[in-house]
Design a protein around this ligand. Structure first.
Ligand code: ARG
Length: 602
């Protein structure tokens, strides 16, 4: 599979060559062409060029030369070629560059020849361990868990596509003192988690599993709060759990298993693949906790303070001005969330050979990660070669702008939310179903893809750190920056291809392009660069924005260029079908990287 350099990088290369020919003393200065103008089809083309290079200004400053004179020298040094159609010096020394139509079509044709659409693999690929989709055992999942799963899954797909080795870790909350209470209750009420009597492999639905767990949680909590003796037994049960008592561990495992039934049902509804070996919860690091603390204490990174083992930071202080430490080991000897995360870092760096640790976690945990990462740096587990980054996301708000809750003030059940999205989407799909000729089965399937796509896209299309409003009406709207708009754009392409009959997509580089065709072609050419940018900045919303712009370019193209019109010469039809085809494949690939399906007919 050949990777195809973008037109921007081809131009960049031409300019760099010309620069070093014209001014050997300049070394390899970067003339940096930036896409300009063609991002917006409303602009008059005569006003703007395809690219503008401004690097000469800085260079002239460095060489103490006149920028315009320098620019002219560079332009003169560019040999005649069939990529750059026009290059002119403008303003104080910018270069405005226009690409030939031929180069646009030829580059796209090279992309189209390849399943990866010519997108290169990253030159500096390494191993990223990504921590995402980490719900908690015996607890209902909430919208925050949804965000981590959706954003994390998109990052996994994008990183893998660019050639990164990705190890997934679902750091589920499966350890802690609350299990003492739950397990003790189960010991005293042994049949509470039993599935249908006599059933060898009982089929429990995710919802049943969760309602079992909820019931048990409530009942044990009530007892814990009202019965001092039960409370004491529950406390002792925590000690049994921590010391690895077999019966206690077996019951703990039942809670984990029951919860996984529920987790998997939610992930399946989300159309997301979560694999069992990748679920390494907090308990998975228990064996490392002692050693982690010993290393931190012996190296002086952590110190004893009021009986606890703590790490201090100059810039982390409480409201009273006193330092707030990261507590690695509590004064009662117990380990908490931080010790587990520090042990997980050691494991991911030393055993999984990670170069990058990526955490898709709520922004409200940012201070925790800041302290954990700094501790790991002081301990030498993180360094120049191994970096950690929190892809922090904001809170999901209701339409009223307050944290998302039900009318009764309770946390919204994720499953209800997804079902509602699917219902709304199915209604939208049904409205057009007759015209498109969809079967009932297709309506149901598309309803799922559109509904789940809507939820994912809403999450992925705004910058992750920002809070966002969960507004189902907006999410399934056909107009605007929604997944269903993109899904319709794709389905329309497929429909045109079906209508084309025996006329096939075929590139004709010799044909002149209309402005809307150029704009579309130049945008398509950027796909690889956008992916590289998203893979390094961890900003999937930039891919969403790119795809939305692509669909907008397509709409303008349809308005201005008829594809299957009888007035078109056969090669014009073929070339336009070709443009439409590459657009469809780019949309399909881009949406898949975001975890969103693109039905063929909608
Ligand atoms: N289970 C945690 C929660 O629900 C998220 C875990 C994030 N990952 C981590 N390595 N701490 O908030």
């Amino acid at each position: 599979m050949a990777s195809v350099p973008s037109l921007a990088s081809t131009v960049q290369q031409r300019l760099a060559d010309a620069l070093s020919a014209a001014l050997p003393e300049a070394g390899m200065a970067d003339p940096s062409p930036r896409p300009s103008g063609w991002g917006d089809p409303m602009l008059r083309r005569s006003d703007r060029a395809d690219f503008q290079a401004n690097g000469i200004l800085a260079l002239a400053k460095k060489l103490k030369g006149n920028p315009r004179e320098l620019a002219v020298k560079v332009v003169d040094a560019i040999p005649a070629n069939d990529v750059v159609k026009d290059i002119e010096v403008s303003g104080p020394g910018f270069l405005n560059i226009t690409i030939t139509d031929k180069a646009i079509t030829e580059t796209l044709a090279a992309r189209a020849a390849d399943d990866r659409l010519g997108v290169p693999f990253a030159a500096d690929a390494g191993t990223t361990v990504i921590d995402y989709a980490q719900p908690n055992v015996a607890k209902e999942m909430h919208v925050g868990h949804l965000r981590s799963a959706v954003i994390g899954d998109a990052m996994v797909q994008i990183l893998e596509f660019t050639g990164e080795k990705v190890v997934r870790r679902h750091h589920i909350g499966d350890w802690g003192t609350q299990f003492g209470m739950l397990i003790q209750y189960l010991i005293e009420h042994p049949h509470e988690l039993d599935h249908k009597e006599g059933d060898a492999a009982p089929e429990v639905s995710g919802e049943e599993a969760m309602s079992n767990l909820n019931r048990l949680y409530k009942a044990s909590r009530a007892l814990f709060d009202s019965d001092e003796e039960f409370k004491e037994r529950a406390r002792r049960r925590v000690v049994d759990l921590q010391s690895g008592d077999e019966q206690t561990l077996a019951l703990w495992q039942r809670f984990v298993d029951e919860s996984k039934i529920y987790f998997y049902s939610v992930f399946e509804k989300l159309d997301m693949e979560i694999r069992d070996p990748d679920i390494v919860g907090e308990s998975g690091y228990n064996d490392m906790l002692d050693e982690t603390c010993r290393i931190l204490e012996e190296s002086g990174v952590a110190v004893r303070s009021e009986g606890a083992l703590c790490v201090f930071f100059d810039d982390v202080k409480g409201p009273d001005g006193n330092p707030v430490p990261l507590i690695v080991k509590k004064s009662n000897g117990g380990y908490g969330y931080a010790a587990t995360d520090l042990s997980a870092i050691r494991n991911r760096v030393q055993t999984l050979d990670a170069n990058t640790l990526l955490y898709v976690v709520d922004a409200r945990q940012s201070l925790h990660f800041k302290m954990v990462f700094e501790t790991a740096r002081r301990a030498g587990w993180l360094n120049e070669k191994v970096k950690a980054h929190q892809l922090a996301f904001g809170t999901v708000l209701g339409k009223d702008g307050k944290p998302f809750k039900t009318r009764e003030g309770e946390t919204v059940r994720l499953v209800d939310l997804l079902d509602e999205a699917i219902d709304r989407a199915t209604a939208v799909v049904r409205e057009k179903a007759e015209k498109v000729g969809l079967t009932e089965q297709e309506i149901v399937e598309n309803g799922r893809y559109v509904g789940i796509g809507a939820v994912k896209y809403a999450d992925l299309s705004t910058s992750a750190v920002r809070d966002y409003k969960f507004d189902l009406d907006q999410m399934v709207s056909l107009n605007g920056d929604t997944s269903v708009y993109l899904q319709y754009a794709y389905a329309r392409i497929q429909s045109i291809k079906r209508k084309a009959g025996d006329r096939s997509p075929l590139a004709h580089p010799e044909l002149p392009l209309a402005p809307a065709e150029r704009a579309l072609g130049l945008h398509l050419d950027q796909f690889g660069e956008v992916l590289a940018e998203v893979a390094s900045s961890y900003e999937p919303h930039k891919l969403a924005a790119y795809l939305y712009q692509l669909a907008s370019h397509l709409t303008t193209f349809y308005d201005q260029c008829h594809v299957l019109s009888a007035d078109n010469a056969p090669e014009v039809v073929e070339n336009r079908l070709f443009l439409v085809d590459v657009t469809g494949r780019t949309l399909h690939r881009g949406m898949a990287l975001l975890g969103i399906r693109t039905p063929e007919r909608l």
